[in-house]
Design a protein around this ligand. Structure first.
Ligand code: NAG
Length: 243
């Protein structure tokens, strides 16, 4: 508990001096302060930085550990690591690197495959297929909403997006200059199935409801620091969910 309070104060000081304030560093610190989050994160980092007997990285084990991180970790902390809002490249670069993209996201070839390949692999896995369906359903634009995206949809959409991290269609931020996301693939070599390929990739790259759900997390950030003037210790400890 003492360590938790110390960290809460650190976070409070950090947020007070906004210059150099990095929400992704704060999210990592909050995860470190929580035993369960820290254990699950250490696990995926160890797996994803490991070497496979073939010389490459153990991608399947890395992805499994990432799925476990989101399945079992405290959502307030795991989602903060995934969606920490960034206003500068250093923060966004850290956010892009959070889930060890060299192993979890890209490869094994140096060039991205056609999106039809990870899509087909996903359709053949019951776990991936059901998570992809959930993502499609939860982040889909709806004509009846005034702007095409029901407001109450955002939390479910973020949750479903997180469910894809660690599958064959693992998405990530594409650069450190934006909050744009995509799986590691393109549609250049998809031949006469280009339309199908683009439709799948577009779920990530041309989906206003997903963009909005990610941005909406920003306006709620940091979840409990916002009311720090009322009861800093209590709200910070809620954020950290110390145990
Ligand atoms: C942002 O990305 C570019 C291109 O990959 C890279 O050269 C640059 O070092 C990155 N910036 C930071 C702060 O990591």
């Amino acid at each position: 508990m003492a360590r938790c309070l110390g960290l809460a104060l650190l976070l409070l000081l950090g947020s007070a001096s906004s210059a150099g304030w990095n929400s992704c560093v704060a999210a990592a610190e909050a995860c470190t302060a929580n035993a369960r989050c820290q254990r699950l994160r250490t696990e995926y980092v160890a797996q994803c930085l490991g070497r496979a007997s073939s010389g490459g990285c153990p991608r399947a084990r890395c992805r499994r550990a990432l799925r476990r991180f989101f399945n079992r970790g405290p959502p307030a902390l795991t989602l903060a690591l995934l969606f920490c809002p960034c206003g500068d490249p250093a923060c966004a670069e850290r956010r892009r690197q959070t889930f060890v993209p060299a192993c979890a996201f890209s490869g094994p070839d140096p060039a991205p495959p056609s999106c039809l390949a990870p899509l087909e692999a996903c359709e053949h896995s019951q776990l991936c297929r059901s998570r992809l369906r959930a993502f499609q359903a939860s982040c889909a634009p709806t004509p009846v909403a005034p702007d095409g995206c029901p407001r109450e949809q955002a939390p479910g959409c973020r949750h479903a997006y997180a469910g894809l991290v660690g599958t064959t269609v693992t998405p990530n931020y594409v650069d450190n200059a934006s909050a744009r996301v995509a799986p590691w693939c393109d549609c250049g070599a998809s031949g006469n199935r280009r339309e199908e390929c683009e439709a799948f990739r577009g779920l990530f790259t041309r989906n206003p409801c997903l963009d909005r759900a990610i941005q909406a997390f920003e306006s709620r950030w940091p979840p409990s620091l916002q009311d720090r003037h009322q009861d800093p210790e209590h709200s910070l400890l809620q954020l950290l969910t110390c145990n």
